[in-house]
Design a binder for this molecule. Sequence first.
Ligand code: GLU
Length: 331
Amino acid sequence: MKKEKKSKRILVIGTGGTIAGKGDNFKTSDYTAAQIKIEDLVNEVCENTIHDNMDTIDYFNIDSCDMTSEKLIKLSNYINKVSESEDYYGFVITHGTDTLEETAYFLNLTVKTQKPVVITGAMRPHTALGADGPMNLYQAISLAKSEDAINKGVLVVFSDTIYSARDVSKINTFKPAAFGQKDLGCLGYMRDENVFFYNSPTKKHTIYSEFDISYLENLPKVEIVMFYPSADIKILDYVSKDCDGIVLAGAGCGNVSTSWSEKVKKIISSGIPVVRSSRIANGVVTYNEKTIHEKGIFAENLSPLKSRILLSLALTKSTNLEEIQKFFLEY
Ligand code: GLU
């Protein structure tokens, strides 16, 4: 790495994923995730570039499908610890793409810093022809060094685009342009190392968030149940025996059948909060404060995946349905 000019110090935290994956030369499929050390990936994109003055840590080395609540808590607490150091201007996290959106939202709600925190990954392993990881990592480091990224909550950079942790979703199973914010577009673009912001997050995040996980080892257990015509109601009985909360991925505006509605009402009255989100990608599940005790808390425009993260954090503060609904309107 070039040492002659010192720029803002960045810590790159590796967690594994395809960006550190290896497979047959040139091939984009049939590879193993989480094989390459983060230091090697960073050195590669920093040689002969504007980037230096960087530290790295292989914090996890996992396929992101093996991410757990315990690991999320550890990662967030680690970022909170290192972000107190004046040494670091910002942070980059490399992550498998499969569950990146959940980790991004969890960190957005639990990391207590205004410093830039940027997550990226890759759709093609390091050994593939046209691997996307190096440019994504280069741009994530560039964004973490940008003053424009301060106080924007956790950001995701992927395929030349900046996304908010709250609204980003994986929208393609294999193409390099695998992420999007659906109807909401994006926050901005990257062109090489240059940063172009056009939008800002409007919901509470990071230092404005009231969720404190510093004392936790695990999270309340929240399960997602998808509704579809003829869906067996026994799935609700099964899930409600062993969970602290349920997220329904309902049809349309979070709707379920008459028999499911009856069952949901019983589950709520037994003390298990139910959130109604939608299996539809775009739109809002409309808020109606009169029906949250019967139909469930309304997820606003959060996907079932994001609703699970917010409900599990909300349950660390309260089991009161009105209070949880307030979280869903604010975060
Ligand atoms: N399933 C792996 C993971 O999420 C590979 C997917 C990826 O990183 O693109 O880590």
